[in-house]
Design a protein around this ligand. Structure first.
Ligand code: G3I
Length: 470
């Protein structure tokens, strides 16, 4: 079963407000408007700028650093997505078989929710960072323990995770294009699909990803994964996305974008999940290349950097991140922000060549009517229902003007209750419910879309919700 049909239409590029200018506007006025509009719509943080493009920009964080005020200040200001660096891994969440420990992961989820950020869950099954008891299991006992782990952890976080790395790093390096040997692999080649099916059953609202490294160009390893995803899609194994870790050296493979695109063409989202790039003369440029590649692909839904300051990186002295050891923005930061902002096709009208008028400016006061609001917004729902419950994914699309905020009103059947909401704030849980945008997805470019979701018990809603711009 495929949760959300691949209805995610390519997002129209944000067009700014120029379309609202009177047709008779002079070149000078147009140019002035473009300049103002450009500044007004340019995000000043990574998260805000990515959100304007209908995407997230996130960071991996360890829970204990959220009490470091410099670290938390940067995280809260810049990012609208968090990935727990270690807290949701098997050794952290099930240190003893059947005894689950969620404190670190819960802390990160709570932080994200209270700051309007989404969470990528990382990771349900991986050959590394397994608890000792799992390392010593094999065969059916290990398979059962692994599937139980997926079920328990995905159920605990049900409704709170945007995307799960269900399986991490299961393919071999080198030229074989095959699976990596591991205790999990030795339980049978179908362990990956079994994990994806268990994750879907436990949390039908989360996007389910396969995540790996050294897959950043078209090579034997990425092609092996490509073939697996194609096979899963053809057999109805529930997979929604592929994560490209993108732990890069000093350059980006020339076929980086083409590689992402070939996966997107299979009908899955793609995400850059653990980005870091060795510091050197090309670092800023390489970061911009990755950003532009994602923006060029409508199914590339977001980018996550693997750490915040260089001192937070797992890569020792590579200094591969966007903030230096004192928390200052690096050139790479500016390069990413510019690349995110320049995704907006600002009109290319040349600057006026006519001299400024010599007549005094008109004394007529500026009109007091508010700027036109265009045709507001619309909302459409895609449902995944089962007996007794449903997950609704709602797509909010701006009309001919950019949105600064939105509210979607849904009327629920009698007896239906909302149990979880993500990427929106619900006014209640039954009857007529208003879903308002959260911090990071209120701004939607003209013609562009964003999504939120909710889960409920009872009959699923029917009818088209109304959308109101604010
Ligand atoms: O928490 C213990 C601490 O109690 C102990 O004193 C200390 C002694 O070494 O170890 C601490 O655990 C460390 C843990 O990070 C938390 O800091 C582990 O040794 C260390 O191995 C672990 O490293 C993590 C690594 O995954 C494990 O392979 C890194 O933080 C984390 O950034 C890294 O992340 C991985 C992704 O999950 C998958 N892709 C590659 C990426 C980079 O390796």
């Amino acid at each position: 079963m495929d949760k959300i049909p691949d209805e995610r239409a390519p997002r129209p590029r944000f067009r700014g407000r120029r379309v609202l200018m009177p047709l008779a506007a002079t070149l000078a006025a147009v140019a002035a408007t473009v300049a103002v509009t450009s500044a007004a719509n340019a995000g000043t943080t990574l998260g805000a700028s990515a959100a304007e493009k209908g995407r997230y920009y996130g960071a991996a964080v360890p829970a204990f650093k959220l009490s470091d005020s410099q670290f938390a200040t940067i995280v809260n200001r810049e990012f609208n997505q968090l990935t727990p660096e270690n807290e949701m891994k098997w050794d952290a969440t099930e240190p003893q078989q059947g005894r689950f420990s969620y404190s670190g992961g819960d802390q990160i989820v709570a932080h994200a929710q209270s700051h309007g950020m989404i969470v990528r869950g990382h990771t349900l099954l991986w050959y590394q960072q397994q608890p000792g008891w799992a390392q010593s299991l094999s065969g059916t006992a290990l398979r059962n323990a692994a599937i139980n782990h997926v079920t328990q952890v995905a159920t605990h976080y049900r409704g709170k995770i945007y995307a799960w790395d269900v399986v991490n790093e299961a393919f071999a390096d080198g030229g074989s294009g095959g699976r990596r040997d591991s205790n999990l692999q030795r339980t049978g080649n179908d362990w990956i699909e079994a994990a994806f099916r268990a994750a879907r059953a436990a949390d039908p609202g989360a996007k389910l990803c396969y995540n790996d490294y050294n897959t950043d160009g078209i090579n034997a390893k990425s092609t092996g994964i490509y073939n697996m995803v194609r096979d899963f899609k053809s057999r109805g194994v529930p997979i929604d996305c592929v994560g490209f870790q993108s732990h890069l050296g000093t350059s980006v493979p020339s076929d980086y974008q083409a590689n992402l695109q070939r996966f997107a063409d299979l009908g899955v989202d793609v995400q850059i999940t653990e980005l870091d790039i060795t510091q050197g003369s090309n670092q800023a440029n390489a970061y911009a290349q990755v950003t532009r590649a994602c923006l060029a692909i409508s199914r590339c839904t977001g980018i996550t950097v693997w750490g915040v300051r260089d001192s937070d990186s797992w890569r020792g002295n590579d200094n591969p991140l966007l903030f230096d050891r004192s928390g200052n923005k690096k050139a790479a930061y500016t390069s990413v922000l510019n690349a995110l902002n320049s995704g907006t096709p600002i009109p290319t009208t040349p600057p006026p060549t006519t001299p400024p008028p010599t007549t005094p400016p008109p004394t007529t006061p500026p009109p007091t009517t508010p700027p036109p609001t265009g045709d507001g917004c619309s909302a459409s729902v895609s449902l995944n229902s089962w007996n007794g419950g449903f997950v609704a994914t709602v797509k909010v699309t701006a009309g001919s003007s950019a949105l600064r905020g939105w509210t979607v009103r849904v009327t629920l059947p009698s007896g239906t209750a909302v149990t979880n909401t993500w990427s929106a704030q619900a006014s209640g849980s039954s009857g007529t419910v208003d879903f308002r945008n959260v911090d990071y997805n209120g701004q939607v470019g003209a013609g562009a879309s964003t999504e939120f979701g909710f889960q409920g018990t009872g009959a699923s809603p029917s009818g088209t919700p109304t959308c109101t711009a604010s």
